[in-house]
Design a protein around this ligand. Structure first.
Ligand code: IVH
Length: 686
């Protein structure tokens, strides 16, 4: 053996060991340690060696097996006809080479047939056996010849027809397709697993495969699995349609879910265009994982003529693989970002890696609990995914690749931007910087302050806020109201006209109601709705600031988490200083639509039913609320009175049954205007 040959033999052995282990991790443990890209590259390297030196090919080489080994625990099931796999084309050139290989066999006929192109769903393959339209067995792919009988699990998957719709079902048929987990369901499932202290699934495909192999079908039933069908075969190997396109239509008519975005292409150029659009546009919005497109010669007679290579891959189909949306890279370190409410969000700083066609350097880590649950350490090799159009995130570490230099991570005790103490509330997974004036909060905070649902300051964009901060003109929201036209004109990209417009827009915001200001301040847990409830209840900033946490918590719709947050916000001297500055700039600090605290209906609960003679439902509700009452939808013993109009139904009956007072619109008007009358009456007495 020459030196080159023995080196090659060693390399082949190393590759076999690596790939065998990778297959085990992937198929048996559902925990891949290599990215698809790495796996494919190593696999191809081994294939190339074995092709060049056939003597080096061993029977147990990973290249000699397609698919997963059979797991114990499920009876095995022999497929009606062998389940094949697909050859891959990684780019346009490989796609063209594939077409040429077909032309060599069937000539120009392929151009008459054309192609059907489909999404390549990244899930787990299943074969569903139907007898006269009734689902009798469902099996995993296994080694292609025999799989596991997972019928009881697959029957729980919504979308898998237990009985086919329509007619013309063959007496015996296998429908093949992919079981998958949409991203949303995958995320929900993993969140639940983190909460329960269970290990997370690394990706939707492994989660789908793992879910299908649960020994308890009740667990499978809880997983939001879905199914798409893409093939059907009869016992003699024939297809119940004359073309792939017609087959997909037939499947659809039988009630089998078929993946969207399929198309018919006449030429390989058209296939390439479709694949590009799917990879770069469609993919991001799909909501489930795909790893490519599948190109199939449309005409079934032509498929038969083309046949199968080595009993494993059909010549008439090829997978046009996309850049993987998962990759393995090094987690250089974990940094912390400060958001507008002071929430500290850890994020991953990665060694740059290609994921789903983009270079990724930063990825979300959600929060400290997730980092702990996944046992992520700085220096780890990690799996990074881009799922749909969401920002990339780190799935988890690859512990097998640790060398002992990895460093466990903890949320810092001091804010990385201002050094103020960091706190964590018991109920909350998030940690916060306690400094309301933290520079880390300024930019995001001001952007939020100016945003549409808050103070709605036209023209105060992200970029302009950055400019104002950089110039030192603004440090907090109150400073905005002191910005002058002259200052702005001195900044880049500001003409006199745009400077004047911005100053005017800022000045106009002084008239915004308290509810918008309150939301704009970015108080933790206070969304637009809570801000409105509080502002309408208290009517003025002063009244609200005078309220205790307990009182704030009594406002309907405001829980104690919000109330505590608001109370501790107002207790901060820095906040008081900010609010005084805002007051000095002449901001309106009250709410025009406030509920009268001592109104005639304060404390009353009112139910409206039927059509009132002049008031709409909204107007009647406004009248009641203005008078201090609140409107609820169902009648109970606690209801103060019911206002009934025409065609009042069951609510009226219920009121009578419970002996609740029933009044009409005229009486409602009298009672809601009673405030002024009463006061006059009181005046008269004095
Ligand atoms: S056709 C003879 N169509 O990709 C053709 N496969 O190696 C066999 N897959 O395990 C497969 N989407 O589970 C086909 N639209 C699609 C597919 C698809 C996903 C999976 C399939 C198989 C693998 C191919």
């Amino acid at each position: 053996m020459s030196a080159v040959e023995s080196a090659t033999s060693e390399r082949a052995e190393a590759l076999r060991a690596l790939l065998t282990r990778a297959q085990h991790e992937y198929y048996v443990l559902d925990r891949p340690a290599l990215s698809d890209q790495e796996y494919d590259q190593l696999f191809r390297e081994l294939q190339a060696i074995e092709n060049a030196y056939p003597a080096l090919r061993t029977d147990d080489s990973p290249t000699q097996r397609v698919g997963a080994p059979i797991q114990s625990g499920f009876p095995s099931h022999r497929h009606l006809v062998r389940m094949m796999s697909l050859d891959n084309a990684f780019d346009q050139a490989e796609l063209e080479a594939w077409e040429q290989s077909i032309e060599r066999v069937v000539g120009a006929a392929v151009h008459e047939s054309g192609y059907t192109v489909e999404l390549k769903i990244d899930g787990a393959a299943v074969a569903l056996t139907y007898r006269d339209g009734l689902l009798v067995t469902a099996a995993t792919r296994g080694d292609g010849t025999e799989g596991e009988d997972v019928t009881r699990n697959v029957r729980t998957i919504r979308g898998v027809p237990l009985r086919l719709m329509g007619s013309g079902h063959p007496p015996l048929m296998e429908i093949r397709g992919e079981v998958y987990l949409p991203f949303a369901g995958f995320e929900r499932m993993n969140e639940a697993r983190v909460a329960a202290g269970e290990p997370v699934y690394v990706n939707p495909r492994n989660a789908a495969a793992g879910s299908m192999r649960q020994l308890d079908p009740a667990i499978t039933a809880q997983r939001p699995l879905r199914f798409f069908g893409y093939a059907a075969v009869l016992p003699d190997g024939s297809v119940p349609a004359s073309s792939q396109w017609a087959l997909l239509e037939t499947l659809g008519a039988w009630g089998v879910p078929v993946a969207p975005h399929r198309a018919r292409c006449r030429t390989i150029a058209e296939v390439a265009t479709w694949a590009n659009t799917v990879e770069h546009e469609t993919r991001a919005a799909l909501g489930f994982a795909i790893d490519g497109g599948v190109v199939k010669v449309n005409d079934v007679a032509l498929q038969d003529e083309l046949g199968v290579r080595n009993d494993r891959t059909p010549r008439w189909a090829v997978a046009r693989k996309f850049a993987p949306d998962m990759a393995v890279t090094r987690l250089a370190r974990i940094d912390v970002n400060v958001g507008r409410t002071g929430v500290l969000t850890p994020f991953a700083v990665l060694e740059p890696v290609e994921v789903g066609g983009a270079t990724v350097t930063f990825a979300s880590l959600h929060n400290a609990d997730q980092i702990a649950a996944k046992d992520l350490r700085e220096g780890d090799w990690v799996q990074v995914v881009r799922a749909g159009d969401v920002i990339p995130y780190v799935l988890g570490p690859v512990p097998e690749r640790r060398d002992g230099h990895e460093r466990p991570w903890h949320m810092p005790a001091a804010c990385p931007r201002c050094d103020a103490p960091v706190v964590r509330d018991g109920e909350d997974v998030a940690s916060y910087c306690t400094n309301v004036a933290c520079p880390g909060r300024q930019l995001e905070g001001l952007v939020h302050f100016a945003s549409k649902d808050a103070m709605d300051i036209d023209g105060l964009s992200y970029a302009r806020i950055q400019q104002l901060l950089a110039a030192g003109y603004v440090r907090d929201a109150a400073d905005l109201f002191a910005v002058t036209v002259e200052q702005l004109v001195g900044l880049e990209r500001f003409g006199r006209k745009s400077a004047e417009n911005l100053v005017a827009a800022i000045a106009a915001a002084k008239q915004q109601p308290l509810s918008r200001l309150l939301f704009g301040l970015g108080i933790r847990h206070v969304g637009a709705q809570a801000a409105q409830l509080l502002a309408r209840q208290y009517g003025s900033l002063d009244a609200m600031m005078a309220a205790s946490a307990a009182q704030l918590g009594e406002v309907r719709g405001v829980g104690h988490i919000i109330a505590d947050s608001v109370a501790s916000y107002f207790a901060d001297p820095n906040v008081v200083a900010l609010l005084n500055k805002l007051r000095a700039h002449g901001l309106r600090l009250d709410e025009p639509n406030a509920i009268q605290a001592d109104g005639p209906l304060t404390g009353a609960t009112v139910v409206l039913t039927g059509t009132l003679p002049t008031l709409s439902r909204g107007e009647a509700t406004a009248l009641v609320e203005k008078a201090g009452g609140r409107v609820t939808s169902s009648v109970s013993r606690k209801t103060t009175f019911v206002v009934a109009g025409d065609e009042a139904g069951s609510k009226l009956d219920k009121a009578r049954e419970l002996g609740v007072e029933v009044i009409d619109e005229a009486e409602l008007r009298r009672r809601t205007s009673a405030a002024s009358t009463d006061r006059h009456a009181a005046d008269d007495l004095t």
